[in-house]
Design a protein around this ligand. Sequence first.
Ligand code: CTP
Ligand code: MN
Ligand code: MN
Ligand code: MN
Length: 363
Amino acid sequence: PQCPSPTPVAQVSQYACKRRTTTENHNKMFTDALEVLAESSEFCENEGPCLAFLRSVSVLKSLSFAVGSLKATQGLPCLGEHTKAVMEEILMFGRCFEVEKIQCDERYQALKLFTGVFGVGPKTAEKWYSRGLRSLREILTEPNIKLNKMQRAGFLYYRDISKAVSKAEAKALGRIIEETVHSIVPDAILDLTGGFRRGKEYGHDVDFLLTTPEMGKEKGLLLQGILLYCEHQDSTFDVTKMPSYRFEAMDHFQKCFMILRLAEDQVEGGLQRDLGDTRCWRGVRVDVVVPPVDRYAFTLIGWTGSRMFVRDLRRFARKERQMLFDNHALYDKTKKLFLRATTEEDVFAHLGLEYVEPWQRNA
Ligand code: CTP
Ligand code: MN
Ligand code: MN
Ligand code: MN
């Protein structure tokens, strides 16, 4: 007998921001396979197919039941022919030949390995692959490879930062950063964002938002004393600028992409560690972004994610409300007006959307 679904399939929105997606994924069997196809498309610079696979993954993650037959997907948005063929194969055989072929592919394996290094994107990975390089050791011993500062740190701390970060480690880092920041600006505000704010138990990094109640005090608010590596970008924010149309455009606020040293005795229950690792510390990837307080709500939504949730929030704003939304601002094109917001609820209300809790944004 089929499991009844609380949300009828016909009511699932094409917009991720109108769906509620917890960390509980009832369709992991399908989404794991489709994520491989998305990644493989990305490596081939096929942006369209990549996004199509990611959209179907996101829809499947939002379902409160496990799909047991193709018939159960009738009426669901975003599921293309290719996705349905993959799902059908998995339903019949428990696996998908195309996915397994990709996972065995030398190029896919190398690009996945290379892009797993902090500071290495698909373009650099492709360059190394086409030069015949296949392993991290080969990259480090190849004399003609020039690594930038970020990539050097990525290799130096590779083992640490490819290890998952636990919620306890994230909380410990929050306390440490808060203490450091408070010694500079006593009333500074620090919030945990990213995957941990969405309720995930583990992450690949820890994301924080930092600001001060008084406008301007956030300027040059630097983090010192605990950095192993910091890629610091000063603010290039222009208050007169329109929100960006481009989804992937990086925001202009002051930010740090860091690797921090976290000690064993700073974490309740201890560190995540490999067997045989006898060090009393580990490196952790941490991002901190510092918006002025009047932009905090926009940036909080942007950095809480998920990527697909925020991407669709922007698409929804543009297509359904004639508004432009990004990490800096919300602009109403009809009224020719910037809309102000102090909380995330304000932003959803401006957009005429039901509020979605952070833990329901795992689209
Ligand atoms: N983000 C952003 N600008 C950046 C980097 C990230 O707006 N320069 C946003 C992303 O769009 C995402 C959120 O910050 O919504 C968190 O990014 P990331 O840490 O990459 O992903 P998480 O969802 O936190 O997942 P993980 O647990 O793997 O870290
Ligand atoms: Mn459930
Ligand atoms: Mn994160
Ligand atoms: Mn991050």
